[in-house]
Design a protein around this ligand. Structure first.
Ligand SMILES: [Zn+2]
Length: 192
């Protein structure tokens, strides 16, 4: 459990040593959010995953990569997460904005993981992977993401209300259903 703050992968560190390629822009120093931001992020994510494969023990090649390995990768990323996910026994379980710190772990927000998988899935095929073998589209990965979404929604009192199965809601902290963008991790600004 060493939280190694070495290089948080999904952060916006200007670490991309490779040129952005694609549309060869002459002046790429404009601060406007260009449409190729997605491409740049995708490239970064792909590099991060490549790095992960490289460091994997035992060694793992992309062609042998399965959905299970993708899950491993996602769990590995959790150590760099910034989203507080309360355990069930935490008094703040179900509170979107807890009034005090607690020892619950920080995780990657569901929205980040979901977007990440989307980008990696595209990158995999752009890099020659076969769609039918795409580990990022594996059923296990979809199930995992759904699980994370529900867990985080419950832990933070957030409802992602898309298509929820009807279920007997036991007396949690009911009533605090809020629409909330999962993307922003602003609510977890408090340091550990
Ligand atoms: Zn907590």
């Amino acid at each position: 459990m060493d939280t190694n703050p070495d290089s948080p992968p999904s952060d916006t560190s200007p670490n991309a040593s490779s040129c952005p390629g694609g549309t060869g822009g002459a002046s790429s120093s404009s601060s406007a959010p260009s449409p190729s931001r997605y491409e740049a992020q995708k490239r970064r994510d792909w590099n991060t995953f490549g790095q992960y494969l490289k460091n994997h023990r035992p060694p793992l090649s992309l062609s042998r990569c399965s959905g299970a390995h993708v899950l491993e990768f996602l769990r590995y990323l959790d150590q760099f997460g910034k989203t507080k996910v309360h355990a069930q026994m935490c008094p703040f379980f179900g509170h979107p904005n807890p009034p005090a710190p607690c020892p619950c772990p920080l995780r990657q927000a569901w929205g980040s993981l979901d977007a990440l998988i989307g980008r990696l899935r595209a990158a995999y095929e752009e890099n020659g992977g076969k769609p039918e073998a795409n580990p990022f589209g594996a059923r296990a990965v979809r199930l995992y993401l759904r699980e994370v979404r529900e867990l985080q929604a419950k832990a933070r009192g957030i409802s992602y209300e898309k298509k929820k199965r009807k279920k007997p809601s036991q007396g949690g902290g009911g009533g605090s259903l809020q629409e909330h963008q999962p993307q922003t991790s602003s609510s977890s600004a408090g340091a550990t």
